[in-house]
Ligand binder design. Structure first.
Ligand SMILES: Cc1ncc(C[n+]2csc(CCOP(=O)(O)OP(=O)(O)O)c2C)c(N)n1
Ligand SMILES: [Mg+2]
Length: 565
């Protein structure tokens, strides 16, 4: 639990009498202690209820998109988050972030205050509408970003909250809860409901496990893929026990980097199609049985433009709520239960033991300009056990992952949805969710420009991240992904990045703008020692790209489906 001013308060759902107090407290009962958002008149009942609630703290963000990213980051660490926005103008601004949470299975409860039932009933022309007296236009849109939604009234409130929460937890995806202002303040109709416990169907579970056990028994070689969902559901340990029982090698894609310590003797390396180390590629692509634990995402990004050779017929896929083996599907079984059963299996094969990698070198001399080669090896050496690393889409998401990182590092990346600016917002949420660990944000400057104003709130709420911004004079990843790198649309306004923290109210932060390796090393040392936040602007070459990006440049057709990207 993070320390908030309300940390020691007790759950009070039973005592909550108004609809909105009941909603907020029910979410607090899920372990949520912070609500990210931007207020607005239709959302006042929600904001007031958060302020009143002894268990939940209001965390104001600079805009709703940032708030949605922060909530996503928080949910990845805590298991669930709360986001509050106002009708139409607020919720629509948050939609990209909530959609991203849906794509990446992060559980964000998006609570929106809407015009009163009274005004809806008589079709009043009110602000934040088209002036047409229609109030359902945006509910439908926001609902698309969630796996479940409810329009709350006093009578349905308690039942709908249990339905919404259980469905959101079943899918680990956002839920959208919208409540008209007058209903929010009305007394809730007391209803006998109990929280739903998600359980497996015993018979289905037994059959699924027997089918997996049989495949394990006959397979000459097995590789496991622990999926990113394990981190979202905090089932890493359970997956590790299953993998250790099976004794098989496991590989990760970038979406799962560090989900299990990379020093583990069964770790076979990072799988990224043709970009994988040869040994990793063989272990994965030649395995007779590929055990997908949680539903990995083999998309264009994780497979380096579909450059791998993976045969889906060899897959056994354990999803959040089902197991799939070829055409056979075993429904209504929970991932946690399957993992627990797998941990009791024994593989006939000898446990896999990898040959340890050679130590990584940190390249470059103090007076040298910073290159991508020297930068990422330095970042890898800088990242310590206990760090939360938030990695942005861009050249950085290709540069850092090939590096081996220390044990007990948690890496957060939005690889499938890939909305730039996410990492800066998410880092705020991660930092508040997990104040005992140091949060390190690694971003390009182009991405950072989308959401950099959130730094002000990091300072305001006492977060102390270390922010590493690569300034390479534009959208380098885009320059690399097209034949002509110099189109003006990949250029950026030339911000003075290192001045941002001060301008945004973080007067006590350490800041630096570094051009040489010596300057970078000194700045990173000071950042690590600092109790407050730190912000380092790293000057890189305009076309100096990590190796994986240079490779991507050769696969434009596979990535985009045509020669002209
Ligand atoms: C919201 C959003 N808009 C646009 C894009 C397209 N896009 C992907 S990466 C990128 C550029 C990233 O540049 P920067 O952050 O400077 O990183 P660099 O590659 O230069 O290190 C852009 C514009 C996107 N992914 N998401
Ligand atoms: Mg850039």
């Amino acid at each position: 639990m993070a320390e908030t001013k309300k940390e020691n308060a007790k759950p009070t759902t039973d005592k909550a009498t108004s609809v909105i107090d009941c909603i907020v407290q029910r979410l607090a009962d899920e372990g949520i202690t912070d609500c990210f958002g931007v207020p607005g008149d239709y959302a006042f009942p929600v904001c007031d209820a958060v302020e009143r609630n002894p268990n939940v703290r209001w965390v104001g963000c600079s805009n709703e998109l940032n708030a949605s990213y922060a909530a996503d980051g928080y949910a990845r660490v805590r298991g669930a988050a709360m986001l509050s926005t106002t009708y139409a103008v607020g919720e629509l601004s948050a939609i990209n972030g909530v959609m991203g949470a849906k794509a990446e299975r992060s559980l964000v409860y998006h609570v929106v205050g809407m015009p009163s039932y009274q005004n809806q009933r008589v079709h009043k022309k009110v602000h934040h509408t088209f002036g047409d007296g229609v109030f359902g236009n945006f509910v439908n849109i926001s609902a698309q970003a969630a796996c479940v939604h409810a329009v709350i009234d006093p009578d349905n409130c308690m039942i709908e909250m249990e339905r919404v929460i259980s469905e959101a937890r079943r899918n680990n995806q956002p839920a959208y809860i919208v409540v008209p202002g007058d209903y929010a303040l009305a007394p809730v109709t007391p209803t006998e409901v109990r929280p739903v416990t998600l359980k497996s169907n015993e018979a289905s579970l037994e059959k699924a496990v027997a089918a997996i056990a049989e495949r394990v028994r006959v397979a000459k070689s097995i590789v496991a893929f622990p999926a990113f969902t394990l981190q979202r559901l905090r089932l890493q340990k359970e997956a590790l026990h299953a993998i250790e029982a099976l004794g098989c090698p496991f590989a990760t894609t970038t979406m799962e980097k560090c989900i299990i310590d990379e020093s583990h003797p069964q770790f076979a390396g990072l799988y990224a199609g043709a970009l994988s180390a040869e040994k990793t590629r063989q272990l994965v692509e030649d395995a007779e049985l590929v055990l997908d634990l949680g539903g990995i995402s083999l998309n264009d990004e994780t497979t380096a433009g579909f450059s791998g050779r993976l045969d889906s017929a060899r897959f056994v896929s354990v999803g959040l709520n089902d197991v799939r083996i070829g055409e056979q599907v075993f429904g209504n079984v929970r991932l946690a239960d399957v993992l627990a059963a797998l941990a009791k299996l024994k593989s006939p094969a000898l446990p896999y033991r990898r040959t340890p990698d050679q130590a990584q070198h940190v390249n470059g001399k103090p007076a040298d300009k910073i290159t991508m080669d020297s930068l990422y090896s330095r970042y890898a050496a800088f990242i310590r056990p206990g760090d939360n690393v938030v990695l942005e889409t861009g050249s950085a998401s290709l540069g850092l992952p090939p590096m081996t990182l220390a044990d007990d590092v948690r890496l957060h990346i939005q690889m499938l949805w890939g909305s730039i600016g996410w990492a800066t917002g998410a880092a705020f949420g991660v930092a508040l969710a997990d104040p005992k660990r140091r949060t390190i944000l690694i971003t390009g400057e182009g991405s950072h420009q989308l959401t950099a104003n959130e730094i002000g709130n990091m300072g305001r709420y006492g977060a102390n991240p270390i922010i590493l911004v690569l300034n390479n004079d534009g959208y380098m990843v885009e320059r690399a992904l097209e034949p002509y790198p110099d189109w003006s649309y990949n250029d950026l306004a030339k911000w003075r990045y290192a001045d941002l923290p001060r301008a945004l109210g973080c007067a006590d932060w350490i800041t630096a703008r570094v051009e040489t390796i010596g300057e970078l090393d000194a700045a990173m040392k000071a950042a690590r020692a600092s109790k407050s936040g730190a912000y380092i602007e790293v000057i890189g070459g305009r076309m100096d790209m990590p190796k994986a990006l240079a490779f991507a440049h050769t696969r434009i057709k596979e990535l985009y489906g045509s020669d002209a990207a």
